[in-house]
Design a protein around this ligand. Structure first.
Ligand code: ADP
Ligand code: MG
Length: 690
């Protein structure tokens, strides 16, 4: 029978029914699934040495003849020793509590051991080495070179998996069509697909493995970059937004409303936004800026520009607390103006909501501030010209699509206070143009960060009381202890009770957590905003955007449970006015070295961009930027922490290819186009490219 890419695994020669069932459980149904099952890693049997030349603690392989077998003990604590000898020296392999190993060897037999050797006295030893038999049964023959390690499932051994995949590779490596055009392969020095498949599964050496892996990484990133380019193109031709140009008069009118001068970065961002909005191509801009860098005014500027032209603007916030806060800002700013703006949040009554929706549909309301949830459900705008989305990473491609109608799209401005690492802004956020605010507004007092040792807690609370006595306010934040929201509420509750009966009993302390009703949350926030409450004990509901200039002290319990960017967000809640801010991280007794180091790095810098990069290096994309948020399928081969060079190459290649052949219509690009649509067609809504 001839095997093809579409042969079911059960029909492959040498695959037993039970094995086929195991493969199916892993989602491997056809020969091609096995061909493209990339190894998770490799076992290195390439360093074969004479025993006399071994080095301690490196993975190495030796071969020799068994000269002695001994075993000791029994019952719970046994040891088997097998001594082998080559021309240079002897080595003893040992197994603990595996008495059966004794029967696996015969004196005089030739074997191979792989593992990390150690010198015991004058003799080399290897504990629990991998064994291969050099004579006899070919199924047990010596393993050499770099061997692939595959994901397995119960009932499937690595040995069998290697053999099954190996057979498929031998039969079919040349079968799949080449995806990368020849000139591109030669420009970037990438091996043909058939070679890459052979070598990724069974490389002769590390260089071959690396070259093969590089080809797949490049291909994966290229396909993603092409999909992003296709999406941009589609947005340019597929959707039309209103042209909302700024002029000097409009600019003067808006800047007059602001109580301060714009910083240079705010100006630059506004200039970019204005240029985008002047065009009928919908704006898709990401505005990133550290906490407190003043993104809101950029958003308000854009909204006012939109409203001036008779179009509606929407500002979407992740939480009701934030939506209301934006509402307060707008209220102050627009006290003297005729702009008709309204809030639309979950806490309103149905009648109130219906009234706002009617006003929006009739075009009577110029601007609305709401939460995602509310704006996504059944709101019909008469003339939506601009949607500003605060905290983009909670608002993906799909949600944006909901604010469009037919071919008409509003301009989009999305804002994030969590700086996006460079590689992420080229991938997960690659369909957006980016503006960055690095400068902080002038007159900001610095924030100091303290690592509070367990023995120094009294001192810290003394400091907090001192600030409160000076008239300042304080936050205390506890992590979500458990996934279950009820539990987290209890833990913050415990902190609240401990503080109100102890360290802060003389002060006005309030509790805020995610499980509280919206109205209750709002009244707690309001009391804190007005200074009626001095201390707010909360979970991370206050993480983003809350702006209370009189708050000067932030205390974080169990800080090791937070990401650095998240801690930075929390720290950014204080020192927003003219009072110097302080942030105390209450260290736990048993905090590990790694965590302590991370927190130390955090205490030493206030640069949110640096912290985001550091977080990314240490923890990977994480939830904040993870695939879950962006809505894109995860990368399989590329690791954005390691493959920046490939990413830059793939991006350049995609730009060139797409410029020469937008829509990838050229026959030489059809395979790439198919792969792009298969992988990203749905998530990026590339339905009808080309
Ligand atoms: P974020 O970027 O974190 O959303 P905000 O927009 O909330 O920051 O701004 C933080 C604070 O800085 C606000 O109180 C705001 O009024 C103030 N602010 C913004 N821009 C300026 C500026 N150019 N000069 C002085 N204060 C500013
Ligand atoms: Mg903000």
């Amino acid at each position: 029978m001839s095997v093809t890419l579409h042969t079911p695994v059960a029909e492959l020669p040498g695959v037993k029914p039970a094995q086929a069932r195991c493969l199916a459980k892993m989602g491997l149904h056809y020969a091609q699934d096995l061909l493209f099952l990339f190894p998770r890693g490799y076992e290195d049997f390439s360093d074969l040495r004479p025993i006399a030349e071994l080095e301690a603690d490196l993975p190495q392989t030796v071969q020799g003849e068994v000269t002695d077998i001994d075993s000791r003990g029994g019952f719970g604590r046994s040891r088997v020793g097998v001594v082998i000898r080559d021309e240079s020296d002897a080595l003893r392999a040992t197994w603990f509590n595996q008495a059966f190993m004794r029967d696996k060897f015969k004196v005089g037999q030739r074997v191979q051991f792989s593992g990390k050797p150690r010198l015991q006295g004058h003799r080399w030893e290897m504990a629990h080495p991998r064994v291969a038999y050099l004579d006899g049964d070919p199924a047990n023959s010596a393993e050499e070179g770099l061997l692939p390690v595959y994901s397995l499932t119960e009932g499937m051994t690595l040995y069998h998996m290697r053999r099954i995949v190996g057979d498929v590779v031998t039969a079919l490596a040349s079968a799949p069509e080449e995806v990368l055009p020849d000139d591109l392969r030669s420009d970037y020095d990438l091996m043909p697909l058939a070679d890459a498949l052979r070598w990724v599964h069974r490389p002769a050496d590390e260089k071959q493995r690396d070259d093969a892996v590089r080809r797949f990484v490049f291909q994966e990133l290229l396909v993603l970059q092409l999909a992003l380019a296709a999406r941009r193109l589609q947005q340019r031709v597929g959707f039309k937004a209103p042209e909302l140009p700024a002029d000097a008069r409009v600019d003067a009118r808006i800047t007059r409303l602001l109580p301060f001068d714009l910083t240079g970065d705010q100006r630059a961002a506004i200039t970019a936004v204005a240029a985008d909005m002047a065009s009928s191509t919908p704006m898709n801009r990401l505005l990133q800026g550290d906490v407190g860098s003043g993104k809101t005014v950029v958003a308000l500027y854009a909204m006012l520009m939109c409203v001036t032209h008779g179009w509606q603007a929407a500002l979407v916030a992740p939480t009701e607390v934030l939506a209301r806060q934006h509402g307060l800002t707008l209220e102050k700013l627009l006290a003297q103006s005729r702009v008709n703006w309204r809030l639309l949040v979950g806490g309103m009554t149905d009648a109130e909501k219906a009234d706002v929706k009617r006003g929006l549909a009739a075009g009577e309301i110029d601007a609305v501030i709401g939460t995602h949830a509310v704006l996504e459900e059944s709101v019909a705008f008469a003339k939506l010209g601009l949607a500003v989305v605060d905290e983009q990473h909670k608002f993906g491609v799909r949600q944006r699509a909901k604010l469009r109608s037919g071919e008409r799209s509003p301009h989009f401005l999305v804002m994030t206070a969590t700086p996006i690492p460079r590689t992420m802004s080229m991938t997960q956020f690659g369909d957006l143009d980016v503006s960055t605010i690095r400068e902080t507004p002038p007159g900001r007092a610095p924030i100091r960060t303290y690592l509070v040792e367990p023995t120094k807690r009294d001192e810290w609370w003394g400091f907090v009381r001192g600030r409160l006595d000076e008239g300042r306010q304080a936050f205390v934040v506890t992590p979500l202890v458990d996934e279950s929201a009820t539990l987290s509420a209890t833990s913050v509750q415990e902190a609240y009770e401990a503080l109100t009966n102890g360290e802060l009993e003389a002060y006005r302390v309030a509790l805020l957590h995610g499980r509280m009703a919206a109205a209750e949350k709002e009244s707690v926030m309001e009391a804190f905003r007005t200074g009626e409450t001095q201390v707010l004990v909360s979970t991370t509901v206050i993480e983003v955007g809350v702006d209370v200039p009189n708050a000067a002290v932030m205390t974080v319990a169990s800080p090791e449970r937070f990401g650095l960017s998240q801690l930075h967000q929390l720290r950014g809640r204080v020192g927003r006015g003219s009072f110097p801010g302080a942030c105390g991280l209450l260290l736990e007794e048993e905090v590990g070295d790694k965590a302590a180091e991370r927190l130390k790095a955090f205490a030493e810098t206030t640069d949110g961009f640096k912290l985001a990069e550091l977080d990314f290096e240490l923890r990977g994309p994480g939830d904040l930027f993870g695939d879950r948020q962006s809505g894109l399928p995860p990368l399989r081969m590329a690791d954005l922490r390691l493959n920046l060079a490939e990413l830059l190459e793939a991006r350049a290649a995609a730009a060139k290819l797409f410029a020469a052949d937008p829509g990838l219509k050229d026959e030489r690009h059809h395979a790439l186009r198919r792969q792009m649509l298969r992988r990203y067609g749905e998530s990026l809504e590339l339905g009808d490219v080309g």
